[in-house]
Design a protein around this ligand. Sequence first.
Ligand code: WT7
Length: 652
Amino acid sequence: MAQDHAKLYPASDDFIKNAHIDRAKYDEMYAQSVSDPEGFWGEQGKRLDWITPYSTVKNTSFDFGKVDIKWFEDGVLNVAYNCVDRHLATRGDQTAIIFEPDDPAAEAQHITYNMLSEKVNRFANVLLSQGVMRGDRVVIYLPMIPEAAYAMLACARIGAIHSIVFAGFSPDALANRINDCGAKVVITADSAPRGGRKTALKSNADAALLHCSDRVRCLVVKHTGDQITWIEGRDVDVKAQMQQASPDCPVRPMGAEDPLFILYTSGSTGKPKGVVHTSGGYLLYASITHEYVFDYHEGDVFWCSADVGWVTGHSYIVYGPLANGATTLMFEGVPSYPDAGRFWAVCEKHKVNQFYTAPTALRSLMGQGNSWVEKYDLSSIKLLGTVGEPINPEAWNWYNDIVGKGRAPIVDTWWQTETGGHLLTPLPGAVPTKPGSATLPFFGVQPVVLEPTTGEELKATATEGVLCLKDSWPGQMRTVWGDHERFQETYFQQYKGYYFSGDGCRRDEDGYYWITGRVDDVINVSGHRMGTAEVESALVAHPKVAEAAVVGFPHEVKGQGIYAYVTLMNGQEPSDALRAELEKWVRAEIGPIAKPDFIQWAPGLPKTRSGKIMRRILRKIAENDTGAMGDISTLADPSVVEELIANSIWKL
Ligand code: WT7
């Protein structure tokens, strides 16, 4: 509990003076947001421009069996209008997007709101010309290039639902998502340069489309000019079409609860779920959190280093910043290319004011030494943020001292694909931080800590348990695409009346929250969520594998690494070559992010007498915590455990 008494880090007096929200305001607004959510959000809803104003604000139920979440349900708006058109009169010539290419020698682009408007309109017309209509699904499989934002906003403009698939996913993973959402179109690029290397996106898309309906069109952004296969009648040259398309495309009025996008994310069981976010509540929530959590002010340059393929990129590269008329930076590359100073070089070059990244990136850069940071003038930085996993004190201190020079408050933001935006986070002018704590709830967010087995609400301030939410907030996901039952079962069944986050947490005596990590079979690898079941099913799909069990284990840079126990088919011999083959196999089935960090050959897996794999034991072995195995009396054959311990990664 030493951390509870950790030093408090308040923002400087200057920061607090200029901040949108100070402590008194936070307390007052928070109190109203939970005592009168209708009044609070009804008022905040005015941040957006509505074609038809809403007359009702909140209509939500967490009751298992009839979970239903609606915000501003009779309001009509258009998300692209809110992110682009409404800014044109006042800030048409202001930069909306700064694009920093992978190659540091290539010129950065400054895309004004006027330019963005033209691109989005033209892109929207290209989609219409391909027969994309309101409610149709469009899969986006693009690098981190401005066309990704154009494509998202073009969908929003015409009421199509986008589903971005991270460009690091394999053809199989792409095909599954195209098929699950029944996409009419997939938008890709010839290839994606990252860190000086290129991923052949178009050929991945070609491979994926072999497993999809032959009616799916492929819209190709010729980005690098690399040679690609072209299928006449199916493939469309986006840039050429955009040139011919009209720069005017009327916005489609959309209901607040019409889906804006689907984003697939891993869970503890089965295939990835299509998380559905809708238009009004999501955009409002992305916008308000972007402004208050990052204390964004007029004229600031905001940089979120995530990929648009993750929810962080949706909410804090595109929708939140653009709804606020901000300048948002989009970076195509990686932190380590051409060297470990790239992040800071970009911050200096574009005079970044708020920088938002993941602890894993900080840990890897921290290992390269301070000189990479110190080379650059980072005086523009006013605030730093982190997301994706708990940040360890070493990384926090490095971020604070070396990057922020002790001047920039750090916002550690806890949230999920499902939540649309930040739920637990300091408001930097209001809440002094503690390294490693996501601190307090955002407006309207009512966290509760439950006893994991009984589900009883733990009311003491200082306590520990599972983290749930008592009531809805506008950015909450509405359903799982095509499977509302699964939505209810995943989030509302185990603890009745609450939204269950899947995370464990501790609340200290100051009421600050400390996320302790997932309590389900989800692991967090470099801030990316991975279902262990997914990796297992990829492994067992290999003809030489009989059985596989996957757990997380502590990894210095990634936070958690992927630890796979593999039992081979009778007659198969373990070898390094086979290990490499299995690693390659998983990369091909899911993508590079799912490649196991360690494969342990397991002649047998610990099972109960009824044949259930005892993951708890496998987790302990992978964590090198074999002193306290807990109850192993239900184990069918205890000798397997000894054998696994003797050959674990820790005994190498
Ligand atoms: C899971 C959600 C939405 C952001 C990107 C990840 C973990 C996220 C924090 C944080 C501790 C965090 C949780 C959560 N997580 N942020 N600040 N401190 N843990 O989105 O892929 O949906 O993963 O990431 O375990 O449940 P995601």
